[in-house]
Design a protein around this ligand. Sequence first.
Ligand code: NAD
Ligand code: GLY
Length: 359
Amino acid sequence: MRRIAVNLAGRSYDILIGTGLIGRLGEFVSALAPTSIHVVCTDVVAPLYAQAVLDSCRGVAPTRLCTIPDGESIKTLATVSAILDALVSGHADRRSVLVVVGGGVVGDIAGFAASIYMRGIRFVQVPTTLLAQVDSSVGGKTGVNHAGGKNLIGSFHQPSVVVSDTSSLRTLAAREVRAGLAEILKHGLLADREYFDRMVDTLPQLLALDGDALAAAIAGSCEIKAAVVARDERENGERALLNLGHTFGHAIESLTGYSRWLHGEAVACGLCLAADLSARLGLIGPDALETIQAAVARAGLPVRIAGISRAAAFQAMRADKKAFAGKIDFVLLERIGQAVRRQVDDALVEATLSDGGFV
Ligand code: NAD
Ligand code: GLY
């Protein structure tokens, strides 16, 4: 088992990565001495892993299961309310622990519920998608979508421990595995050229769910993210770089109703658009742009997404929570392995969108 520390003074925690860890969950949760355990997962993940989670936690504390519907469209306040109802009816108290098992959607929703129930109870992330294991389970961003934009409502609430069982990825659809690769490439692009190159080289092993390759990829991404989060937990500066590809990506997701493209697919295209914009500004050269586009294509992810309105994309990007006073703060690349933030002339963004297939 690999262990990566997220160093945040009194809110520090470990990310545990390995095979078969869901079977050992009770051991990790019992270290928190909970008065009760409230397991939250979706109706897709529950039939796969809920019983193993309940069996593992048996004897640690009274354990209840709350199942919610699946999919990005349930990332709403109504679902948070349903989880809060379950916590109230399950008599959760301030020493109870919420255990969320599943992808980034349920992780963000249940983490938010944990952050506001009784002004905050502890929670454990058990990510079961590659995307959640390399990104969303780490760093304490929790929340839900609003009709006006993605993740507009939320909080910072760090988990007490993250338990990433790589064997759980064996039941994941291939398309979801590819979506997770987008965030792996993102971490390499923004912080570590050597990691990026290594990940591109091991894409075939990652797609084949090779255990060693997965553990190395997850550990590498978590190390990059943990270091950034430790320096800037609340995104006052550097943490914004973790949003590379997300300004474009969130616009793609919201303008296609959160249903046509997976988050990771939208981010992958967003990485290519951010790279294209960086090249137009002369920050990176054409070779780097080609390398990035080739990596995204090799991962089986979209380099271009055609047909979205440029005007609507501008509107969505200006409403994004990373915009200030209507000015879009783009995360761009100075080179592979180094991201920067910049405001950019609309004409250049127009050109990037236009060449990227926006209409
Ligand atoms: P997801 O949570 O929708 O999971 C994808 C699908 O896989 C779902 O249908 C899910 O039920 C299913 N699934 C999960 N584990 C499975 C398994 N082991 N076997 C079979 N099926 C399984 O999507 P995601 O890609 O994990 O997460 C995307 C979300 O994460 C977005 O809402 C995004 O905004 C959020 N996110 C948050 C952060 C953060 O820092 N909080 C970072 C990145 C992304
Ligand atoms: N996914 C961006 C962040 O966690 O800050």
